[in-house]
Design a protein around this ligand. Structure first.
Ligand SMILES: Nc1nc2c(c(=O)[nH]1)N[C@@H](CN(C=O)c1ccc(C(=O)N[C@@H](CCC(=O)O)C(=O)O)cc1)CN2
Ligand SMILES: [Mg+2]
Length: 290
């Protein structure tokens, strides 16, 4: 069997175009342009690329992009003060603090200072809680992007067996909750899971988010399974995912590549969340498909 390649780049472009159309309708009705601010602390080259891509995607969707680039030795107090100013700024609908932050800054403290209703990354504990009990809020962009790819590939997910490998607050845990919300039977596997290949082999849906290059092999998979690879690992062989793509493709029914799978959906969902934030603030009805 050779798995279908799930084209995250195309799906992301389609979502961004849909958001752009909604932004135009929003602006026509309210006279307002949604705004996203990104905050980058330090010189991490990958983070700089991601922040640039986010700014470009924001503008391409017809929204305003504000960018704060701060030196690596910015104090935690100064960063918190900036967040407070952005919370109070009515032209800003979304605040994104790029991770990772330098080690002298407590990232949780900073993320918790963002107004939950401008937290388009969905990292604030209030938004994590809203997701856990099924209230509207903001869902983290990477797991939201994965869910959108899965729904587009499989349609109704209800009753499917899903295994999420990885239990991070940013991907694994919210991913598991989203799959549960779509009525999957969900297992969260992690570094202490016993016989991981046997656990993964039960799954109709596998989401790998561990940060270990090429870890998931073809013989770990149920034939026909849908595999979503969240891993972005820079190796001597270039950028690879957490799934051994070539090997897994001989068994899976469908699989996301790295690059060109989940990554582009992360940015598209950020654009989506920023528009949704502006719409909620103005009482503008959001297309539920978005
Ligand atoms: N505040 C946040 N920080 C971080 C997040 C986040 O969602 N919010 N996620 C990651 C980084 N990230 C966005 O910030 C991100 C990572 C990867 C991609 C992407 O499109 N990747 C491409 C490959 C690009 C490359 O060569 O590096 C792909 O997979 O096709 C987009 C966004 C950590 N920080
Ligand atoms: Mg983990």
């Amino acid at each position: 069997m050779s798995a279908r390649r799930i084209d995250g780049k195309a799906a992301a472009l389609a979502l961004r175009q849909q958001v752009a159309a909604e932004v135009a309708r929003f602006q026509g009705t309210t006279g307002r342009v949604p705004g996203l601010v990104t905050v980058l602390v330090g010189e991490d080259p990958a983070s700089a690329v991601y922040v640039r891509s986010k700014g470009r995607a924001t503008v391409e969707a017809g929204m305003q992009s504000f960018e704060h680039k701060l030196p690596a030795d910015t104090s935690e107090a100064d960063l918190l003060a900036l967040v407070e100013r952005l919370n109070a700024d009515p032209t800003i609908d979304g605040i994104l603090v790029q991770l990772p932050l330098p080690s002298h800054i407590d990232a949780n403290k900073v993320l918790t200072r963002i107004d939950p209703d401008k937290d388009v990354d969905g990292f604030h504990p209030v938004n994590a809680g809203r997701l856990a009990i099924g209230l509207p809020g903001f869902v983290a962009c990477t797991p939201l992007g994965c869910l959108k790819l899965l729904r587009a590939e499989l349609g109704d997910l209800s009753g499917k067996d899903a295994v999420v490998i990885g239990r991070s607050n940013i991907v694994g845990k919210p991913m598991a909750l989203l799959l549960l919300g779509d009525s999957c039977t969900v297992t969260i596997a992690h570094s202490r899971t016993r016989d991981l290949p046997a656990v993964v082999r039960r799954a109709d849906i596998v989401v790998a988010a561990v940060g270990r290059p090429n870890m998931v092999k073809g013989d770990w998979l149920k034939p026909g399974a849908t595999v979503i690879d969240v891993g972005i690992n820079r190796t001597d062989d270039g950028l690879v995912g957490d799934v051994d793509f070539a090997d897994a493709s001989t068994v899976a029914g469908a699989i996301t590549p790295v690059p060109g799978g989940v990554g582009p959906m992360t940015i598209a969902c950020l654009i989506r969340n920023t528009f949704v934030s502006a719409a909620r603030r103005e009482g503008f009805t959001v297309n539920p498909q978005l």
